[in-house]
Design a binder for this molecule. Sequence first.
Ligand code: ADP
Length: 300
Amino acid sequence: MHDYDLLVVGSANADLVIGVERRPGAGETVLGSDLVVHPGGKGANQAVAAARLGARTALLARVGDDTHGRLLLDSQRRAGVDTVGVLVGGAPTGVALITVDPSGDNSIVVSPGANALLAPGDVRAAASLFQASRVVSVQLEIPLETVVEVVRSLAEGSRFVLNASPPRPLPPEVLAVCDPLIVNEHEARVILGDACVGAGPADWARILLAKGPRSVVVTLGAEGALVVSDEGLSKVPGVPVTAVDTTGAGDAFTAALAYRLGAGAPLAGAAAYAARVGAAAVTRRGAQESSPSGAEVDGL
Ligand code: ADP
């Protein structure tokens, strides 16, 4: 018996957003809208998305002892995430400074802050969370050595899901346990480099699988996703919706996939559910605020 359907190990950031008529160039100052602060970071977003769907979820992350850290802890608790694994202090909470122009184009500066201090020792100290969790989900906004320690800490029989975002080269030890490795089109291109020239998403999925993961999911925005394992490749169709804001779609998709896999769903079935969750998330603004409840997804 597991206490948690999902343990998310990852980043927690405060997103500081200012609307501008025009994003400033070098040496330039522009006036913008009032500042809006949202809880964000891929780890925090995934944990909230999973808990909203009904998953018993824990988050292992690090925030600063500051107002942004408290904002993040509050949003996790409101969603029903167990924050026993959220460490506090050592550096300011991670921040993303975001300017958005009227066309929706943005410029973002990320200060990792406390996320950069989430260390392998923190993972070892959280051994009881790993023992209690059916599925462990990780993204790449925390140090790579911490991701490696997560892989070494997995309990017998638990499943590891990795969203390679932001993309970077991964050691064979990490790739070998991904079930699945999840990438969007941009991340697939970065990881594959020259290998994706002249090839399409189905080829990318197969080439990524050949690098060692047990399974691979390539998300394709409105087009849905591709799923590949040694049982073959299948296409998960997109769910037609009117997209308003695609921020956080990948986080909601990954959280939903990890949750359904933990419930025993086959990969293609879990991805079909996740595609409904991702579609619901793009119909509303925001990253965490936009992620749907289980009942909303069932109604889609
Ligand atoms: P990311 O957010 O990481 O860039 P994607 O854009 O591929 O990833 O979105 C993740 C998933 O969310 C997609 O696989 C799809 O299921 C869903 N999704 C994203 N955009 C849309 C859209 N415009 N319409 C319907 N579903 C979408």
